[in-house]
Design a protein around this ligand. Structure first.
Ligand SMILES: Nc1ncnc2c1ncn2[C@@H]1O[C@H](COP(=O)(O)OP(=O)(O)O)[C@@H](O)[C@H]1O
Ligand code: SF4
Ligand SMILES: [Mg+2]
Length: 416
């Protein structure tokens, strides 16, 4: 039943899409996050950043994660890649990734196996393109690097095919192609062999090896930059980050993330630092690319308008917990959690008084007891201070962690 009190009433971007609800029931789970807890051990104290997150990511969907700054969106998704930087640590819970249906427990995998997975299967678009790009390398080479790390065999195979054609030519061109072909075949047959290692110490032979491989990678990068809507991609390949606008830099970062055709793409506030017009272009690009690449997209933002624009389903986060999960239409039209309602009422809209959520996101060294939202919640009851509500499915596909809708208490054990 629609909730007229909390319905902002003007988010036309959110259309009812029955296929989203239907497909959410049919889709396979691609990633399962269970009771995830992350701590940061700082001089000021232990930051209880993520406090028992449960979340499913469905194959092929766009899951929006929304919440104020500091609510744990980035840290949750770093944990999804088992990539929490020191002084942080995953202290409990597990992340399971279903690769072609086979479960891989990422929280138990060793670093070498994880490195193979990151970039190739699960990739990330960073919030700040300036920080993601190295100022001293050409942007094209930076995209190519990801391709060469994860798709070297494919590049060697393609280089061999190209050289086989070229070697049919006569004269110097054919002879050079045959020499390169010999090196390429050696690399393909025994990529870690001693002969290849010795050969690559000789500069001219190293050049024979690299030039066909990097030419193949360059072809891929130029094609990818074209898909990103970058005009004259062959010229842009040889430019340095400072020669490009913020929007163009972000397109390069997106190209890098997509270069290995990942199954799952995490976009961490990819438009936060861009002008609104560029933001709209990048959002359109992301939607288009998702269709073309068929990836699963996890889109992080603090902006409810962007959530309405991009998501199939939405997870709302507050102070290290998931408060509510629903398909985007249900979330906007029938929100349940007081925090979600607060976020919706805080969307600026013509003719409507802006209602900010009172108070601020708490310090997570000493977070509030029980429901972490209770100091800011107009509906808080005595038990909200004592117990933490569990995230429970109260209607099909609609989960909420709030005692207004159920009595179930989360397991608060497992703390250090
Ligand atoms: N390197 C770090 N050291 C200490 N605390 C951190 C670190 N990174 C994140 N945190 C804390 O973890 C919590 C969640 O942060 P984050 O996931 O970045 O929030 P969001 O992405 O929602 O803005 C915050 O309280 C933040 O202060
Ligand atoms: S559990 Fe209590 S404090 Fe928390 S959101 Fe619900 S009513 Fe408010
Ligand atoms: Mg963040």
């Amino acid at each position: 039943m629609p909730n007229p009190d909390s319905d902002p009433g003007a988010l036309e971007a959110v259309e009812e899409r029955p296929e989203v609800k239907a497909s959410a029931q049919e889709r396979n789970v691609l990633m399962e996050v269970r009771d995830l807890k992350v701590r940061f051990y700082t001089y000021e104290g232990v930051v209880k950043a993520i406090d028992g997150v449960d979340l499913d990511i469905l194959d092929g969907e766009t899951l929006g994660i929304v919440g104020e700054t500091g609510s744990g969106k980035s840290v949750t998704t770093y944990a999804m890649m088992n990539l929490i930087p020191p002084p942080g640590k995953i202290v409990a819970g597990r992340v399971v990734y279903y690769m072609d249906g086979k479960p891989l427990v990422l929280t138990e995998m060793d670093e070498e196996d994880l490195r193979k997975l990151r970039g190739a299967e699960i990739s990330r678009i960073f919030q700040e393109p300036k920080a993601a790009l190295n100022p001293v390398f050409k942007v094209g080479d930076q995209v190519a690097e990801a391709i060469l790390i994860h798709r070297m065999d494919e590049m060697i195979g393609r280089a061999i095919a190209t050289l086989e054609e070229e070697s049919k030519a006569g004269g110097l061109r054919g002879a050079l192609a045959r020499a390169k072909l010999a090196v390429m075949r050696m690399a393909k047959e025994n990529p870690s062999g001693l002969a290849l290692k010795l050969l690559l110490r000789v500069p001219i032979l190293r050049r024979l090896y690299w030039s066909p491989v990097s030419a193949e990678a360059r072809r891929d990068v130029v094609r990818l930059l074209g898909l990103m809507g970058i005009p004259d991609p062959d010229r842009v390949y040889d430019m340095y980050p400072h020669e490009l606008s913020g929007g163009m830099q972000q397109r390069i970062v997106i190209a890098t993330a997509l270069s290995c055709n990942p199954r799952m793409l995490i976009a961490d506030e990819p438009t936060t630092n861009l002008d609104v017009t560029v933001e709209a272009q990048i959002i359109e690009l992301m939607k288009e690319l998702k269709k073309q690449f068929g990836s699963t997209l996890v889109y992080i933002t603090h902006d409810m308008g962007v959530i309405a624009e991009v998501s199939d389903r939405v997870a709302v986060m507050y102070a290290g917990n998931i408060c509510e999960v629903a398909d985007v239409f249900t979330l906007f039209k029938e929100p349940l959690h007081p925090y979600t309602k607060g976020l919706l009422e805080a969307i600026p809209m013509p003719g409507r008084e802006l209602k900010a959520i009172p108070g601020t996101v708490p310090n997570l060294i000493n977070p509030p007891t029980g429901c972490r939202f209770h100091p800011r919640c107009a509906h808080a009851m005595p038990k909200c201070k004592e117990h933490k509500p569990r995230l429970i499915e109260v209607r099909p596909g609609h989960k909420v962690a709030c005692f207004l809708y159920h009595d179930q208490v989360a397991d608060e054990g497992g703390e250090e």
